[in-house]
Design a protein around this ligand. Structure first.
Ligand SMILES: [Zn+2]
Length: 52
């Protein structure tokens, strides 16, 4: 199961970064019964603030 790089994701601990609900699966961590590739099934993504 290869993890796909999220272009919006930043490493944990990055200044200004915040944990947000995954917009792709809306926090469920799953899409159509499968693990969400965006957040890796966690339902959350860590993104930089102000990055768009
Ligand atoms: Zn997701």
């Amino acid at each position: 199961m290869a993890e796909k790089e999220n272009p919006d994701a930043v490493p944990p601990g990055t200044p200004g970064a915040g944990e947000n609900i995954c917009r792709k699966c809306e926090g469920s961590g799953r899409i159509e019964g499968k693990e969400c590739p965006e957040c890796g099934g966690t339902g959350k993504v860590t993104t930089g603030i102000g990055g768009g």
